[in-house]
Design a protein around this ligand. Structure first.
Ligand SMILES: [Zn+2]
Length: 348
């Protein structure tokens, strides 16, 4: 499918391709860079870590520590250096977060982002934490998107590139694309949601993971004893939304809600906004909400875990339509408030 000409001009600072991240991984001087896995299609997943890793002895995994009624058996919170894990492109075409993470890495490595901004306050906030960045969690899906940005695509074009088509050529669409999993054998054009085996990492089987990508992401959160794990997704014309995660503690939900409020207060001063979601009731119903990657990441290490949905400026579709600059700025607000919250929580 070729796109119909509504796409926004991509500014020079907006880079989200795998080759660029490959080069960043090879040239990074400040980060400790690790290939945490190869995707189903053989592509590397890189983790860039900044800030000293605190060696903390666990006597139990997170589940067992909770079973012992003593979280400290996993990791004591007092005296713990805060660890933030940022995950980009779990869905390969949702590259808004990846573009922001590529710039964040440039800033951490070279003292300025690709717009030439030093982002002083953000860099100061980053110094107080251990920050681990995976710019692309699903490189197979990212490789299937032939564009640097999707802003300005129509919703139909997004559906084609994101969820793909069935064997009869009709769009798999959202959320119907989740009715077959893994989807590979049922699809004609495989969407960027999926790795090369057709697995949607967001909905892997977390008690028996199918994808190496999923295993590596969960392993990283556990090894790092992450305090906050934020996945950066795209959410059509939604307005900067931190989604409540299902099957997690109330404290974790409240933290994400508070983070939304902080981000929104900050964003309003710049003519932007964040959506503030209500804290949901307990899960119920014949088909309950899914236990997804955000839920699993909480349960592997106790982290406050959430999905951030960025605006994607879907043309001809109702809702907010942000520019590349505004989308990027929204991510920087999120990062700065997140790093600040992580620092204050661990000091408490
Ligand atoms: Zn997504």
């Amino acid at each position: 499918m070729t796109c119909e000409g509504t796409m926004l001009k991509v500014p020079e600072f907006w880079i989200s391709n795998l080759d660029h991240i490959d080069r960043q991984a090879k040239t990074a001087g400040r980060a400790e860079v690790r290939e945490i896995a190869r995707s189903a299609g053989g592509r590397p997943l890189y983790a860039f870590a900044y800030g000293e890793k605190q060696i903390m002895k666990s006597t139990a995994n997170y589940s067992s520590a909770c079973g012992a009624f003593d979280r400290d058996c996993y990791v004591p919170l007092s005296g713990k250096k805060p660890v933030v894990l940022l995950l980009g492109a779990v869905h390969g075409a949702e590259v808004e977060g990846t573009a922001a993470l590529v710039n964040l890495i440039h800033c951490l490595e070279e003292g300025k982002d690709l717009r030439g901004d030093e982002n002083e306050a953000l860099m100061k906030a980053a110094e107080a934490i251990r920050l681990v960045i995976v710019p692309v969690c699903n490189p197979d899906g990212r490789a299937r998107l032939p564009y640097e940005s999707v802003l300005g695509m129509t919703m139909k074009e997004m559906r084609y590139w994101f969820q793909g088509t069935w064997k009869d050529g009709t769009l798999c669409d959202y959320p119907r694309c989740k009715k077959v999993h893994p989807i590979k054998e049922a699809s004609d054009h495989l969407g960027s949601y999926f790795n090369d085996d057709g697995v949607n990492i967001m909905h892997d089987n977390f008690f028996r993971p199918m994808a190496r990508e999923t295993q590596a992401i969960l392993g990283l959160a556990d090894e790092e004893k992450a305090d906050f794990v934020i996945q950066l997704h795209g959410g059509g014309n939604c307005l900067n939304c931190l989604l409540p995660t299902h099957y997690v503690t109330k404290e974790s939900l409240v933290a994400v809600h508070d983070l939304s409020v902080l981000c929104n207060e900050r964003a309003k001063r710049e003519g932007l906004a964040f959506t503030i979601c209500d804290i949901p009731e307990r899960e119920n119903g014949e088909t309950p909400p899914s236990f997804n990657l955000a839920s699993a990441l909480h349960h592997v290490c106790g982290a406050v875990s959430a999905v951030f949905e960025s605006n994607q400026h879907a043309a001809g579709h109702p809702g907010a339509k942000l520019t590349h600059d505004e989308v990027y700025r929204s991510h920087l607000i999120l990062f700065e408030e997140l790093f600040g919250m992580a620092s204050s929580r661990c000091r408490a």
